[in-house]
Design a binder for this molecule. Sequence first.
Ligand SMILES: NC(=O)c1ccc[n+]([C@@H]2O[C@H](COP(=O)([O-])OP(=O)(O)OC[C@H]3O[C@@H](n4cnc5c(N)ncnc54)[C@H](O)[C@@H]3O)[C@@H](O)[C@H]2O)c1
Ligand SMILES: O=C(O)C(=O)C[C@@H](O)[C@H](O)[C@H](O)COP(=O)(O)O
Ligand SMILES: [Zn+2]
Length: 388
Amino acid sequence: MGDDTATLSQPKSDKPNSETTIAVDLPERRYDIVIGEDLLATAGERLAAALPRARYAVVSDSNVAALHLAPLKASLERQGSFLGSAVVAPGEATKCFPVLAKLCETLLDLGVERGDCVIAFGGGVVGDLGGFAASILRRGVRVVQMPTTLLAQVDSAIGGKTGIDTKQGKNLIGTFHQPSLVLADVAVLSTLSEREFRAGYAEVAKYGLLGDEPFFAWLEQNWGDVFSGHDGKRRHAVETSARAKAEVVVADEREESGRRALLNLGHTFGHALEAFAGYSDRLLHGEAIAIGMRLAFTYSVEHGLCPPEDAVRVEKHFAAVGLPTEIAAIPGDKPTTGELLRLMAQDKKVKGGKLALVLARGIGQAFVEDDVAMDRLTEFLKKECAGR
Ligand SMILES: NC(=O)c1ccc[n+]([C@@H]2O[C@H](COP(=O)([O-])OP(=O)(O)OC[C@H]3O[C@@H](n4cnc5c(N)ncnc54)[C@H](O)[C@@H]3O)[C@@H](O)[C@H]2O)c1
Ligand SMILES: O=C(O)C(=O)C[C@@H](O)[C@H](O)[C@H](O)COP(=O)(O)O
Ligand SMILES: [Zn+2]
């Protein structure tokens, strides 16, 4: 990450109809991320070329299906490769065992065979759930990710993490199942609500915060155009983020070396907050991790690891775009320190009972602290839960 720095102030792709392909160069599991426009209408032809002989079952949610399924379906039908669609309810609560079970049975009823393929067509919820179903159906069928939210295009569709939530915590049941292809049609982002766009933007900012200060500085200057879609800057933000994610995934596919864990910046706090809020639209994933990233920077400052002015920049930028930064911003009841610590203890980075946190030595300089002192964390959370 950071290799793109020389070109950050100059968006690479201002031509709206150009296409960008980013290779996720995993040995034995290489695939492409194609970013462009009009990809829904041409998906059938592209898939016929990339995965010959496969037939496709589309998993989507009811919002996305109503808005965007028709051109995708028509394109697959032209190739004679459309098996049918399975449409789930929108929202985080869909990432659960009962919906997973029902989805797997629907996919079997649609006749998905070992050589066929699931298309996860939606945001991160559909991507995680559909990817998980594909990974266990007949012991594993292929999945193509067609992300329709900003968050999914820059993050969840790439890298193969799939899963569902339980009351114990977020994404605690799941698999690694890399997609065979990612088709990110940026045109569909125009129907996304502002709140959902903003939540996805938190993951965009994350790439700057964890390893690419010039990208964060570019976002500070250009976020308005990223939101409005003006001047190719949204596209630049999507491409820079997707490249950053691909690079990390290639370096550490299964989060073993510590490199991929950096993508978890803000997530140990954020996932606990999402679980506390009951996986509901009280707190979206991107909103939770915005609070989590601010907490990670403040914690880093309080422990003498990070210059205070960097934490101020994070907080100011999130406030400027309208992302929450405080636990107090969660509507309704607030978590206690004890509740948060109990939920954080379920984090998948915990080893030997010890919590690990992604902290920062500054903007663009995240690292994994894998022996967090519980007394210091407790004191910190007490202050944060009380509203600082
Ligand atoms: N696997 C990973 O690596 C990874 C990475 C980041 C986040 N995630 C997961 O992703 C999930 C969040 O994903 P999300 O933010 O995309 O939420 P989401 O999938 O719930 O989508 C957000 C909302 O936008 C709607 N929507 C989607 N596309 C639309 C479009 N083009 N136009 C209009 N409405 C549209 C959906 O119906 C939904 O209501 C969380 O469960 C999170 O844990 C996974
Ligand atoms: O791809 C990853 O690795 C990430 O950590 C990306 C995160 O944005 C994403 O929310 C992921 O699902 C969190 O992973 P988890 O292993 O903590 O569930
Ligand atoms: Zn995330």
